[in-house]
Design a binder for this molecule. Sequence first.
Ligand SMILES: [Zn+2]
Length: 629
Amino acid sequence: MATKTTYEEVGLKAGLEIHQQLDTHTKLFCNCPTRLRDKKDSSISFKRYLRATKSEMGEVDAAALEEVKYRQTFLYKGYDSTCLVEYDEEPPSELNPEAIDTSLEVALLLKMNPLDAVHTMRKIVIDGSNTCGFQRTALVATDGVLQTDEGPVRVDSLCLEEDAAQKLEPEGNAVVYSLDRLGIPLVEICTAPDIRSAEQATKVAGQLGMILRSTGKVKRGLGTIRQDINVSIAKGARVELKGVQNLRLVGEIVNNELNRQLKLIELKEVLNTRGAWVEHRIEDLSCFFASTASKVIKNAGGHVFGICLHGFAGILGTEIQPERRFGSELADFARMYGAGLMHTDELPAYGISELEVEHLRRVFDAAEEDCVVIVAAVREPADKALNAVMARAEEAMQGIPKETRRALPNGSSAYMRPLPGAARMYPETDVPPVEIAAQKLEYIEAHLPETFEHRKARYKDKFQLNDELADKISRNVNFMLFERVMDSYGDVSATLVVRTLTDMLVELMQDGVEVEPLANQHFMDLFEQLAANAFGKEAIPAILKLLANKPDMSVEQAITEIGLNVDTAEVTRLIVGIVDTKRDFIRDKGVRAVGPLMGIVMKELRGKVDGKVLNKILEEQVAAVLAEG
Ligand SMILES: [Zn+2]
């Protein structure tokens, strides 16, 4: 993880764009339910062909055009819970008032300025994810701010949008979309690029998520919140990372992108020093692979085409992100044309022999410093793939391309498309604007959920938490659980509950424990047992670890399995034994002997029995010795 000075040195700037589905009863522009369906239940399907002519679309930006290059036929799947609005056979109805109210509530929580009227606009999308060829979006509020420890982060805009159709596996040549998701209301919140570290990015994402959830009117679960992160460094370029579904990955993705850009700058310097160049000569190499053992090549019918990147040896094999090399970046481009890419930094391998590699090198007169890149595909896609690869290799000598990348589950990212220009918006004439009445805003303002500040003050007062812990838990996603535990088991230390629900979970994650399976009930049962002195608080991490691995196990079973069951008679016997050997010490020190003896007792029983319980038994036994005289 980069340090603060590194972030400053490289000039990191990051901004977040969060898309959160709202849990409204109906969709944004029709009365269909906002429920995802089992795709097997689709009862209607139809095809559409994209007609992207320039006159119809106005100026189409590079990103949009790139999508059209590859795909044209779209197959849509509808349900008994979708209607003619989703099929683009009927105009949209008015903006859903429930969705407007929730978006205003979020806007006010972010101290934003709501607009006097909400106008629905059309934003062109030609990837087929909307049947009508555009996404409807409405600006609701602007100019908010989020306070973080590292300074304020401006919140530029909050929009209400319709979610896109969900992409399924392709069928033949058709791109397939499911229409159950299309039209579910989303709020889109965009921050300014005011974020200066990976840690701050994680915090901002967490706070925004908290604010959204505090309304109680957003959907929960996988896929209901999506974050895009834009990252730039002073010497690099602005890159947009799309589709981060896991909040915990936000910081890691920022760091990985920062490192990728730094690495690419290093590679650029190496290439320039070497005087590297890209030879624009695509060769048909199929003849050398007539009897190859390579499955990839055999599957492509034995067709192999290649190019030579002069001075690129070792560059393609250099890791620039976790599990991704510069060669993977080039492979992203080849893959868009359905071609698998291999290069001499990694060959011989994958069934390709040393002799075959020698042939490749000879065709291009390749020196040791050079790298030969091949794709297995027939002529036309191979040409397109290799042209894209050559273009990307040439960019590597210039710097870092501005682009949109897809976030990968391991925190790395892959090329998706060029960075889109500012989206062109057109008024949606089918949907009338909605005036926001002052009384409505007053009402929403008066009924806002509790703010962090208020909650923090309340916790300090009610549970005697110190400032740090009150702050921590009032901002934490588990704050409601904290209150439930304290209301149910008031004897348990509030400090311990906060530590368990915050730092301890983080530590477990750092130890590689997947804490996701831990449910609220696990924690309720844990503190119930703790309140009943069934085990010592030192054992909490071990119990949580076990429960995270075996979520079906009860807390009681976990205690038994770890061997924490307290047999009071047994414990007393053990303490009596210790006291017995220290009689002289006790007579000498009096009650002050309890402290040192407690150390010996804890050595034996730490984590198995609560310290308080041990202390009580020990005090009794010491008193008994002293009473004997
Ligand atoms: Zn509908």
